[in-house]
Every structure is written in structure tokens, then in C-alpha cells.
Design a protein around this ligand. Structure first.
Ligand SMILES: NC(=O)c1ccc[n+]([C@@H]2O[C@H](COP(=O)([O-])OP(=O)(O)OC[C@H]3O[C@@H](n4cnc5c(N)ncnc54)[C@H](OP(=O)(O)O)[C@@H]3O)[C@@H](O)[C@H]2O)c1
Length: 219
């Protein structure tokens, strides 16, 4: 399986790239930062590109012919344009234009229907980013693709714990480290049960006590 990872130079993306390659997948690592791309040489084939250049995104996807596209891009409010929306939409549009059906997009808790359960603190801190990510989710969901949207809780650093879990429930709160998030994305990669689903993911040991009736989603 040939996997094209956008955001491969990022903190989650680097875990994803090395873990996917270790599983024997052919990995194409896309990012902007040349030094971080070079660091991935030997693990994956590096692809330098700026997601704000829609034509470059389409021509890259057309040339590489991946079986699966994963997006773990993000930037936050300091960017003039938001890669969380424009970059993700460029990726989704390129997938649709080039016939790549399988697309996994890393979004965030507090997007879409989970916003109703988000804290006022998080909305005050990064509300516009969450709104941009929500619009990108909606854009992807409207396309005729085999999509999966994965909404992690607060991201932390650390070794893989094996405690990552998926939930099809907007009420989830919690944290997950980036290595465990990468593991959850790879778990969904070729799982038919994850297609056209919006799945929250957190480390199950960080779940608050309430609500008590949350059930893990089994792929
Ligand atoms: N921080 C949290 O607590 C939290 C919580 C929930 C969800 N999330 C989301 O989870 C995902 C992973 O987060 P992370 O912290 O691991 O990511 P990160 O380290 O910030 O990496 C972001 C990636 O996006 C790429 N990118 C940004 N703008 C780009 C552009 N114009 N063209 C090409 N690539 C571009 C960066 O590439 P370069 O480095 O090469 O520029 C980098 O690879 C993101 O979507 C994030 O928003 C984060």
C-alpha cells in the first residue's frame, strides 16, 4: 500500500511516517520544512510542497498515485491563511480530482458536533482554528470519497502506551500522546469499519469519570 502523508514533518506526522514504514507500507512524506523532510530520508520518499498552492497539490497527488492519503496538517492562528481549512481542502479536492478514494483527516475534539461539549477555555484559546477545521471536515464529508475523520483530544509527547482508544461519540474529553494518535490513525487506515465515520480518540486512561456510559468504538 502506498500512503501519502501530508504533515509528515510535524510531530504526529513524524511518528506516523516511521510507524507506517516499519509496517512495510510505502510512505511518501510531504511537508514544507526542508530540514525536517531531509531527516525523514531513508524512512520515506520526501515530497516538498506548500499546501497553499492548490495546483501543486493536485499535480503532486496525480504524479505519486497513492492508494491512501493521510492529513495531519495544522498550523494555528499565526498563519495568514489557515492550513487547517485551506490546506485540508486542497488535499481533499486533489484526492477527488485524482481518483484517490481513501482519505484520513486528523481534526480535533471540539470540532463539529463535539463543540457543544468543549470547554469555554479551549473555544476562547483556539476557536477560529476549530472553526476552520470544522469547515474542512464538512468539505471532506461532502465529497464522494472513503473518508475517515479522526478527532484527537489534547496532544502530548511520550512513548507509545497502547492506551489509545476510538469513540464514535462527541462527548469525549481527554488527552492522547502523538505516538498513540499515530497508532490510531494506522489502525483506521485499512479498516472498512472506519469509512465515513467521525471518530474521537484519546488515551482511555485520561477519560474523565463523566459521562459514564461512553463505549469504545470497535473497528
Ligand atoms: N496541539 C493539540 O493539542 C491538538 C489537539 C487536537 C488536534 N490537533 C491537531 O492534530 C494534528 C497534528 O498536530 P501536531 O501538533 O502533531 O502537528 P504539527 O507538529 O504542528 O505539524 C503540522 C504539520 O503541518 C504542516 N504544514 C503547515 N502548514 C503547511 C503548508 N502550508 N504546507 C505544507 N505543510 C504545512 C507542517 O509542515 P512543516 O513543518 O514542514 O512546515 C507540519 O508537518 C494537527 O491537525 C493539529 O491541529 C492538535
Amino acid at each position: 500500500m502506498k500512503v501519502l502523508i501530508f504533515g509528515a514533518t510535524g510531530r504526529t506526522g513524524q511518528h506516523l511516517t516511521t510507524m507506517a514504514a516499519a509496517r512495510g507500507l510505502q510512505v511518501l512524506a510531504a511537508g514544507r520544512d526542508q530540514a525536517r523532510l531531509q531527516a525523514l530520508q531513508g524512512v520515506a520518499d520526501a515530497v516538498a510542497l506548500d499546501l497553499f498552492d492548490d495546483q501543486q497539490v493536485v499535480s503532486t497527488v496525480r504524479a505519486l498515485v497513492p492508494d491512501v492519503i493521510i492529513s495531519t496538517v495544522g498550523a494555528g492562528p499565526s498563519e495568514r491563511r489557515m492550513v487547517d481549512e485551506d490546506g485540508n481542502n486542497a488535499i481533499s479536492n486533489a484526492a477527488a480530482a485524482c481518483g484517490v478514494r481513501r482519505v484520513l483527516q486528523v481534526s480535533s475534539l471540539a470540532c463539529g458536533d463535539s463543540r457543544a461539549y468543549a470547554s469555554e477555555r479551549i473555544i476562547a484559546a483556539i476557536g477560529p482554528v476549530l472553526e476552520a477545521k470544522t469547515r474542512a471536515e464538512d468539505h471532506l464529508r461532502a465529497l464522494d470519497l472513503d473518508w475517515t475523520i479522526i478527532r484527537p483530544g489534547g496532544l502530548t509527547e511520550g512513548e507509545p502506551t497502547g492506551n489509545g482508544a476510538l469513540y464514535e461519540d462527541p462527548r469525549v474529553h481527554g488527552r492522547i500522546n502523538r505516538a498513540d494518535l499515530a497508532e490510531m490513525v494506522l489502525k483506521c487506515l485499512d479498516a472498512p469499519g472506519s469509512i465515513k465515520r467521525v471518530l474521537a480518540t484519546v488515551d482511555r486512561t485520561t477519560l474523565p469519570l463523566e459521562p459514564a456510559d461512553l463505549r469504545e468504538f470497535q473497528l
